[in-house]
Design a protein around this ligand. Structure first.
Ligand code: SAM
Ligand code: SF4
Length: 457
């Protein structure tokens, strides 16, 4: 496997600390209040691209999974989605006017559970988007699917509406684990949905899994991954369960005594790496795997991979517009976030002519340079220092003197090698990519006391 991490227990003991996931640099902890629609207008004016990636957040789920750390609203009332779509419509109408000169290359519906929407509600949403934005004919259209919430015929309907990618939340196949997190689901149903998706011609099928859930054991999770591999998804995310009960009330329903030990969690991840490798998947980095011929793996091998708020992507050239409650946009060098709570989102849309932007940040030149360096490292496990020096007209050794000092112990421990002007993350180091990136993070010192990051493995 390309990038196959080398397991070194002593390094894991030393470096398995908490760190940001770098879906953006600077991370969300650096966002400030006080941003608004004018900041989006300015950002669009100064952006140099005409390609757009659209993210739509649908917050509703019909049942609470106890582990969940997503921004969601639990309800069984379908009419709540009608009201939400009324507000999304206002936001779409207001914001699309700024993007007339853009082509949508990528659409992603996330949540919550986008398939909470009925077929008619989904058609309404896609109709609105197609009416107000200009889509490229071969745009990537993806959606997150909770296999339990998928109405009969919905996959077919999604295909009809132009979706060509699906991401199934599976998490774990073991019955006891599913009960412990309040998410019972039938393995056969998941299996037949994946076959159906393949028959319908969805050209990328992703599966989300989590290790570290209550009652999981290395043995049970090994079986789960075996079952998953048999379904042959194109991409797999194996997330480390982030247990933050003080932040997510639902997680307080999980008994500490039921959580696997740190040792067992590490064993689960180690086994997963081996199983995925044997099954022919490439370790993309962090928690992601892709089949060797999948475009994510190909892009990584060709140094064309990017990372944004949705994780790894091949669409790095696009500005990102997030619509809906809590959504984040990244336009040019500005990051802007919508109100996170539904009632505040509705209130803002009503009072600010269709805009719910409330937080964000404007990257300065130092942020732009460091964001580029961190993206390069996290996507490709190497950094050409001369390339950065030329691109940004700087003396790398001087500009990044503090970063190189911070990197020195990691170099001594064999996590990185510096040769011929290239910083290369080794097979020992790629599990610790977050720690390596942290050496280049100028905002981190201010945030370190907040300790709100998850452990790196
Ligand atoms: C919005 S959900 C996916 C769609 C759908 N709601 C579902 O559950 O199938 C996003 C993913 O985040 C992951 N996730 C949620 N809470 C998590 C946590 N506390 N730690 C790690 N991963 C988590 C799960 O793998 C989940 O599939
Ligand atoms: S994991 Fe998915 S379905 Fe479960 S509560 Fe979170 S967003 Fe909803």
């Amino acid at each position: 496997m390309i990038n196959l991490p080398k397991w070194d227990q002593s390094l894991i003991n030393k470096y398995n600390v908490s760190g940001p996931r770098y879906t953006s640099y600077p991370t969300a902890l650096s966002f400030n209040e006080g941003y608004q629609q004018n900041d989006l207008i300015d950002a669009v004016k100064s952006s140099s691209t005409n390609s757009l990636s659209l993210y739509i957040h649908i917050p509703f789920c019909s049942q609470l999974c106890y582990y969940c750390g997503c921004n969601k609203v639990i309800t069984r009332h379908q009419s709540k989605a009608d009201l939400y779509l009324d507000y999304l419509e206002k936001e779409i109408i207001a914001q699309s006017q700024l993007f007339n000169h853009y082509q949508v290359e990528q659409l992603h519906l996330g949540g919550g559970t986008p398939t909470f929407l009925t077929a008619a509600q989904m058609a309404r949403l896609i109709g609105l988007l197609e009416l107000h934005f200009q889509f490229s004919p071969d745009a990537e259209r993806g959606i997150e699917i909770d296999p339990r919430s998928l109405a009969d015929g919905m996959l077919n309907h999604l295909r009809f509406l132009g979706f060509n990618r699906v991401s199934f939340g599976i998490q774990d196949f073991n019955d006891e684990v599913q009960l412990a997190v309040n998410r019972p689901q039938c393995a056969d149903a998941v299996k037949s949905l994946i076959s159906e998706a393949r028959e319908l011609g969805f050209n990328s099928i992703n599966a989300d899994m989590i290790y570290g859930l209550p009652l999981q054991t290395p043995h049970s999770f090994k079986e789960t991954i075996e079952q998953l591999i048999a379904l042959a998804p194109d991409r797999v995310s194996v997330f480390n369960y982030a247990h933050l009960p003080e932040r997510f009330a639902a997680q307080r329903k999980i008994k500490d005594a039921d959580l696997p030990s740190a040792h067992d969690k590490l064993t689960m991840f180690k086994n997963t790496l081996e199983q995925m490798n044997e099954a022919g998947y490439q370790f993309i980095g962090m928690d992601h795997f892709a089949k060797a011929d999948n475009e994510l793996a190909v892009a990584q091998n060709e140094q064309q991979l990017h990372r944004n708020f949705q994780g790894y992507t091949t669409h790095g050239n696009c500005d990102l517009l997030g619509l809906g409650v809590s959504s984040i946009s990244q336009i040019g060098t500005s990051i802007l976030q919508n109100q996170k709570e539904l009632k505040h989102y509705y209130h803002a849309i009503d009072n600010n002519v269709g805009s719910a932007i409330c937080k964000g940040m404007k990257l300065n030149q130092d942020d732009v340079i460091r964001a580029d360096v961190i993206k390069q490292l996290i996507c490709h496990f190497e950094l050409d220092m001369q390339h950065v020096a030329t691109k940004f007209q700087l003396d790398f050794q001087r500009y990044f003197a503090d970063s190189l000092t911070a990197l020195a112990p990691l170099q001594s421990d064999g996590l990185v090698k510096i040769e011929n002007g290239i910083i290369r993350v080794t097979a020992r180091g790629n599990l610790f990519i977050r720690i390596i990136c942290m050496c280049f993070d100028a905002h981190l010192l201010k945030q370190i006391n907040a300790t709100r990051f998850s452990r790196v493995i």
